[in-house]
Design a binder for this molecule. Structure first.
Ligand code: AMP
Length: 288
């Protein structure tokens, strides 16, 4: 496996591959890799085949963190990530530095961003202003640098995947976006680099997200008519309030294609929620 930190070198490699007709799969991550990330690597490999190249990018993107968020303490362990990627058959680990990704930013000379204006309004976008502007900008940059034929994203960040798909379509990025299922711990908690923050009795309380989804499912499945979203939000509030360290940030019911909020919920409606467990903000989502 080759480790590349220079954008120029990565672009040169990408151009060589393109000239030789080699298929390229990209898995963008912020590192501190877990089984969820590695499952995306497997999907990328299946997409490009044995003769293709799989690139994993590791970059903790500062522009997608709010000023009061966890950018500086976000877990990082490049040596460990390197071993995991090597064992998983990754061809290139691309780990650029801030100075290269955002040239002149400290002196206010970086001034171009990509903004998706519709799908990014609600949920994570409402709760984390500027977050998706950072995501679409860095993902567009990674697409330009790596020139992938396929990019793989996790359903764990459902809204993000929808926004990236919209951006790729709207801006004519010539690639396929694949969304891979959420990988979970044995107790149902979605794997996340942020789970590392959950010390002691906080970790078991992280199951409130999964339990909220299950409680909603139990309410929706037997109903003969669509159920009012307000009623289901109350169910989720009840589940989250029962965990002493949990605080519900939002819960939303929506159409999985348009992300438009649904006032009435039935099977096939999607739900997403964000919950603070202690100081750690966790998200999860599922079709109902
Ligand atoms: P992150 O490093 O958190 O930015 O995540 C990088 C990519 O991995 C994103 O496309 C995420 O949606 C995906 N991902 C994160 N956690 C999981 C998980 N538990 N299962 C599947 N994909 C995941």
């Amino acid at each position: 496996m080759r480790v590349v930190t220079s954008i120029a070198v990565m672009q040169r490699l990408a151009r060589q591959w393109q000239r030789r007709g080699v298929r390229v799969g990209l898995v963008p991550t912020m590192g501190y890799l877990h089984e969820g990330h590695l499952s995306l690597v497997g999907v990328a490999r299946r997409q490009v085949g044995k003769t293709g190249k799989v690139v994993v990018s590791i970059y903790v993107n500062p522009t997608q963190f709010g000023p009061k968020e966890d950018f500086s303490r976000y877990p990082r362990d490049l040596q460990r990530d390197l071993k995991l990627c090597g064992a998983e058959g990754v061809d290139v680990l691309f780990a650029p530095r801030d100075a290269e990704m955002y040239p002149g930013k400290a002196e206010h000379r970086f001034s171009t961003y990509v903004i998706e204006e519709k799908l990014s309004q609600g949920m994570e976008g409402a709760s984390r202003p500027g977050h998706f502007r950072g995501v679409t900008t860095v993902v567009a940059k990674l697409f330009n640098i790596v020139q992938p034929d396929v990019a793989v994203f996790g359903a764990k960040d459902f809204q993000q995947a929808a926004i990236v798909k919209r951006m790729a379509r709207d801006l004519n990025f010539r690639l396929k976006i694949v969304v891979a299922p959420t990988v979970r711990e044995p107790d149902g908690v979605a794997m996340s680099s942020r789970n590392k923050y959950l010390a002691g009795d906080l970790r078991p309380q992280a199951t409130v997200l999964r339990r909220s989804i299950e409680a909603v499912r139990r309410a929706v499945a037997p109903a003969r008519k669509p159920v009012a979203a307000a009623k289901l939000k109350a169910v989720v509030r009840q589940v989250t309030e029962a965990a002493p360290a949990a605080r519900l940030d939002y819960v939303e019911f929506f159409d999985p294609e348009t992300l438009s909020p649904a006032a009435k919920v039935s099977r096939g409606t999607h739900m997403a929620l964000a919950v603070f467990v202690g100081n750690t903000r966790l998200i999860d989502n599922s079709a109902l």
